[in-house]
Design a protein around this ligand. Structure first.
Ligand code: FAD
Ligand code: MG
Length: 342
């Protein structure tokens, strides 16, 4: 499992065990727990005046259920079954899987195809996770894989309220919800906590997080955006009932001839994003939206990415853009300060 902490949650107690905190008033205490899901660590912190154990268990169960449906790494998930479909066949899918793919297609449309959950045939061509002397695939292989890419080639059919189907227009297509489903999983965990009566806390999955309510003293939660090229943070965000997701090239990448290639693919070129947005943090009212848009703007780059963000109400973004000499420039959307201020 890769342990990833893209956003350092300021002032949190160490995760891993259920622990009572010192900062909360005597009547309410802080509880933290961390478990491994989705190839990363999921941390839940809540402030509660009574035992939040059942609500936290329900939140972890919600994450586990989301992973069970949406992981391409689990052979029995909806996504793995979809990826074995081929052409000319369709299959029933759950309402939630249908809805998240629908949202993925919508995000593809608004980002001019930069966000595209059908990039898996391209991802499989590149040497992610491999060691030794690495090489890029042949152009011919990239062009061949590109024929199987495109959210417009996914067919979603709602026959009635209960019967929801998916199919592909082209043989060999596959989906990978890695760019959106972590955010969705965070949202389901927050919903489970709310259902269990919790009104204050944070759910964080590998750098994507949602801050629910406020801290016991009435202040917002504070989270720090990590420096993608060194230790420490580059900005502190104050959030209440908001999500932030960060996409970057600094944790999952490979290097060929001294050049760093991100795990995010530009579906238009068929190549991994190689230089430009070193990290993009997107703030939105739900984590699924923030997650998908952080991936989208990483592909679009600073100018087009910010144009997209500025068109979307209630969404803000901060990017760290790398120049040819390796220097980082911070770019912020117009209402960033207002959204993440104290
Ligand atoms: P993001 O920018 O949010 O997403 C990048 C990921 O999105 C890429 O890794 C790729 O999967 C996909 N992607 C690439 N380009 C595009 C594009 N243009 N448009 C849309 N999507 C794109 N990792 C493991 O190692 N083992 C596991 O068992 C495992 N299980 C997972 C289960 C689930 C349900 C999820 C959501 C993720 C899982 N992962 C697992 C992690 C996954 O492989 C990705 O690495 C991770 O989701 C990337 O998240 P991010 O926030 O770093 O980057
Ligand atoms: Mg994402």
């Amino acid at each position: 499992m890769t342990v990833r902490l893209k956003l350092l949650i300021a002032a949190l107690l160490a995760g891993g065990v259920l622990a009572a905190a010192l900062l909360a008033p005597a009547s309410s205490r802080r509880y933290c727990a961390t478990r491994a899901f989705m190839g990363t660590e999921v941390s839940i912190t809540v402030i509660s005046s009574r035992d939040p154990g059942p609500a936290m268990d329900a939140a972890f169960k919600a994450i586990e259920a989301a992973e069970g449906r949406l992981s391409r790494f689990k052979p029995d998930s909806d996504v793995s079954r979809i990826n074995r479909l081929g052409i000319g066949r369709s299959m029933d899918i759950s309402r939630e899987t249908f809805r998240i793919i629908e949202k993925s297609i919508a995000t593809s449309r608004i980002s001019d195809g930069a966000f595209d959950v059908t990039v898996l045939p391209l991802i499989k061509l590149y040497p992610y996770g491999k060691e030794g002397k690495l090489a890029l695939p042949e152009r011919g292989a990239i062009d061949e894989a590109k024929k199987r890419i495109g959210s417009d080639k996914i067919v979603l059919t709602a026959l009635d309220d209960k019967k929801l189907e998916i199919g592909f227009k082209v043989d060999g297509m596959e989906v990978d919800l890695g760019g959106i489903a972590k955010g969705y999983a965070v949202d389901t965990a927050i919903a489970a906590l709310r259902h269990g009566g919790i009104t204050s806390g944070i759910v964080e999955a590998g750098g994507d997080l949602y801050c629910m309510g406020r801290r016991p003293d009435g202040s917002k939660w504070t989270v720090a955006v990590r420096n993608p090229r060194g230790p420490g943070g580059v900005a502190t965000l104050c959030l209440a009932n908001l999500a932030v997701a960060t996409s970057g090239d600094y944790e999952r990448f490979f290097v060929v001839d001294g050049r760093r290639y991100s795990h995010i693919i530009d579906p238009r070129t068929g190549m991994p994003v190689a230089r430009g947005v070193a990290s993009a943090s997107v703030v939105a009212s739900d984590c699924e939206t923030a997650d998908a848009l952080a991936t989208a703007v990483s592909v679009l780059g600073a100018e087009k990415g910010m144009e997209l963000i500025e068109r979307l109400p209630g969404v803000e973004c901060m990017m760290l853009v790398e120049d040819a000499g390796g220097g980082l420039t911070e770019v912020r959307s117009s209402s960033w300060e207002g959204a993440v201020g104290p």
